[in-house]
Design a protein around this ligand. Structure first.
Ligand SMILES: Nc1ncnc2c1ncn2[C@@H]1O[C@H](COP(=O)(O)OP(=O)(O)OP(=O)(O)O)[C@@H](O)[C@H]1O
Ligand SMILES: [Mg+2]
Length: 284
């Protein structure tokens, strides 16, 4: 799990541009957090988190409501800056990279949410292509709305998530599970090195939830992407992820291979502590 320091005193690696360095497989973990913390007012939502996630890993973030799962995901995709510690993506510290590199790295990390943030009245192809907006010029983006640009990439992404035939359908005519697939396709056209999911299955029925989890795990397997997903259902985490990270009151309480997670560890993680004012809600 722990990889050598990407710079590592290797002048050859250090002297190359960040784009070249990023394309080197295996030189840096996808995510690396050192002593990362986030404070909201007087409260630490996350504190002292050390975590490394490598290519191809499927990591579930589990823990009671308010444990800091969403906050951790927001550090990984760079939408929030840590109050303490450092966060690196592909070996690049998000606090010190140039704004252009920060945007580039953020585009390589795709995030799916419980709410898909799709535009219902638009055709599916436009919602998928929205994943490209960060790399397109304004002119290309506007042109794409009038006549879809790069339909082939959108179609390939939809094929990968099993709904290629929906390309020109109005998005709001699709079922919840199909819309979650459109959201996944939108992430895929970003050519992500990592996919983050914040409770991506919590609004789906059990059968659809299982399908989407299988899909997410498969997408992580393609091209050695990393998957980091917050889940309330520990059984999904155990079935589809190879590593579980348990968070409680903003602290990492375990980081273990799925096969090593015991019922006692899960019970302890979700234990309702009467003596504190924490927000534990019981195991899923
Ligand atoms: N924008 C914010 N401002 C103030 N406090 C916040 C903010 N976002 C999160 N918090 C607090 O930080 C802590 C962690 O919240 P977070 O949303 O990361 O938990 P979570 O594990 O994702 O919970 P859930 O399972 O309910 O989604 C909570 O105490 C929460 O109230
Ligand atoms: Mg959350």
């Amino acid at each position: 799990m722990i990889r050598p320091d990407p710079g590592g005193g290797n002048r050859g690696i250090r002297n190359r541009s960040w784009r070249q360095r990023e394309s080197d497989p295996g030189t840096a973990p996808v995510f690396s957090l050192r002593g990362a913390g986030v404070r909201f007012g007087a409260t630490w939502a996350l504190e002292g988190v050390d975590l490394e996630v490598g290519a191809g890993e499927r990591v579930a973030l589990v823990g009671p409501s308010g444990a800091g799962k969403t906050t951790l995901l927001s550090l990984l995709n760079g939408s929030r800056r840590p109050t303490a510690g450092r966060v690196a993506v592909l070996g690049r510290d998000l606090a010190t990279v140039r704004p252009s590199e920060l945007r580039h790295l953020q585009r390589r990390v795709g995030t799916v949410h419980q709410q898909h943030h799709l535009v219902g009245p638009l055709r599916v192809v436009h919602n998928v292509n929205a994943g490209r907006l960060g790399e397109w010029s304004l002119l290309e983006a506007v042109r794409s709305l009038i006549s879809p640009t790069d339909v082939a990439a959108a179609e390939a992404a939809l094929a990968r998530v099993g709904i290629a035939e929906k390309l020109y359908e109005r998005t709001d005519t699709l079922s919840g599970g199909q819309q979650q697939r459109v959201a996944l396709a939108r992430v895929l056209v970003q050519r992500p090195v990592a996919i983050l999911g914040d409770e991506p299955i919590s609004s789906l029925d059990p059968a659809r939830a299982e399908e989407v989890m299988q899909l997410l795990a498969g997408l992580a397997g393609d091209a050695g992407r990393a998957l980091v997903v917050s889940l309330h259902a520990v059984e999904h985490a155990l079935r589809h992820c190879n590593r579980l990270v348990g968070l409680r009151q903003g602290r990492l309480v375990f980081d273990a291979a799925a096969a090593e997670v015991t019922p006692v560890m899960v019970e302890e993680l979700y234990r309702i502590d009467q003596s504190t004012d924490e927000h534990g809600e019981g195991a899923a």
